[in-house]
Design a protein around this ligand. Structure first.
Ligand SMILES: O=C(O)C(=O)C[C@@H](O)[C@H](O)[C@H](O)COP(=O)(O)O
Length: 357
């Protein structure tokens, strides 16, 4: 078991990563709670629900509610339903919400926790590779049809309990989605880490040791940034590498039509191309493209119109005065935030889409 403590200006919490944590989950709660609501992804509930529920029920007053798997559950309807569940189960300010599942559940349940009675404790219990990223750092949100994560807050969990045994049951699409965020952590931090990630073959069973090591490195990259800039006024923007276009694609195609990581993968390719042109430097575009293709990421998508994409990119939370900001790389491990005019963005996007197709 590996423990990493995140210390921001507002809170300190542990991220515990290890095997077999679910069946002892009660031991990792930072304190005793009078009432617990577990919000769980339907699929996760079917596989691991009993283990967690039984363990907690022996010690605590526990209610469970499941949400349909997939990004479309990050909706105002599910959010409202979960608030109603919290009321119905008499959660109060001494209660706890446990987000048990992937990034969707973490974002949704975390946002419920951040607003119910003006905020109650919540714990992230991630079950996907992607959630090594989303469970740390305290960004919680739901989507609006006009844009991804537009309704949300910064609300850190009181603990992250990451049982890596759960990764065994991930379908290929989820593995791909999560690994895009591992690639991102490599690109924004360190050439050696990036190269190590590109050595992973996602078409064969994962080597758990290698995966866990890379997830811990990714969490480390994220922790270092979040500790310095929890509310994204500066360097936290770097964690958004690949997301400006990625989020626009996700929201234009319809949430869930393409996974978050698959969309971010295309966004990272675009960001690498732009980085080459902006900084007149060589980027590992081809290496990443080849790795993504080999690992069956969908790179040939049914592209939304450029105007729609640009409108969505302007709604990105990094934008100021409707000017799109993108995270580019001066070199691997040296991210930089760059403003882009509509004209520039359009020209680069048109070229990128033409070349990718
Ligand atoms: O933690 C962050 O900061 C990130 O940007 C990490 C992203 O990988 C993550 O998908 C995040 O939820 C996106 O945030 P958003 O602010 O662009 O909605």
């Amino acid at each position: 078991m590996h423990k990493q403590t995140i210390q921001t200006s507002t809170i300190q919490y542990d991220v515990v990563v290890g095997k077999g944590l679910l069946s002892n989950i009660d031991q990792y709660l930072p304190k005793k709670y009078n009432n617990i609501l577990i919000v769980v992804d339907e699929v996760v509930k079917g596989i691991y629900g009993d283990t967690v529920i039984d363990t907690l029920k022996s010690a605590e007053n526990v209610a469970v509610t499941s949400v349909p798997a997939g990004e479309s559950s990050k909706s105002i309807e599910q959010y409202y339903r979960l608030l109603s569940e919290a009321i119905e189960h008499h959660l109060d300010r001494k209660s706890l919400i446990i987000a048990f599942g992937g990034g969707m559940v973490g974002d949704l349940a975390g946002f419920v926790a951040s607003t119910y009675m003006r905020g109650i404790d919540f714990i992230q219990v991630p079950t996907t590779i992607l959630a090594h990223d989303s469970s740390v750092g305290g960004k919680v949100a739901i989507n609006h049809p006009k844009g991804k994560n537009l309704i949300g807050s910064f609300y850190p969990p009181v603990a992250v309990i990451y049982d890596v045994d759960t990764l065994q049951s991930l379908p290929a699409k989820e593995i791909r989605s999560g690994y895009a965020e591992v690639v991102k952590h490599g690109l924004i931090s360190d050439q050696a880490f990036f190269e190590e990630v590109l050595n992973v073959d996602l078409t064969t069973p994962l080597d758990t040791e290698v995966t866990v090591d890379q997830l811990q490195k990714g969490i480390g990259v994220k922790a270092k940034i979040v500790e310095q800039d929890e509310r994204e006024s500066n360097i936290r923007k770097f964690l958004n590498f690949g997301h400006t276009l990625g989020h626009a694609i996700e929201s234009e195609l319809g949430y869930g039509k393409i996974t978050h990581g698959e969309a971010v993968a295309i966004g990272m390719l675009f960001a690498l191309k732009l980085s080459e042109e902006k900084f007149n430097t060589r980027m590992p575009y081809k290496a990443l493209y080849d790795w993504l293709s080999k690992n069956q990421y969908p790179l040939s998508i049914s592209w939304p119109g450029i105007n729609q994409l640009i409108d969505k990119m302007k709604l990105d939370k990094k934008s100021e005065n409707s000017i799109v900001q993108m995270v580019l790389l001066e070199e691997i491990g040296k991210p930089s935030v760059v403003n882009l005019s509509d004209h520039e963005l359009r020209a680069h996007l048109e070229k990128f889409i033409r070349e990718l197709d």
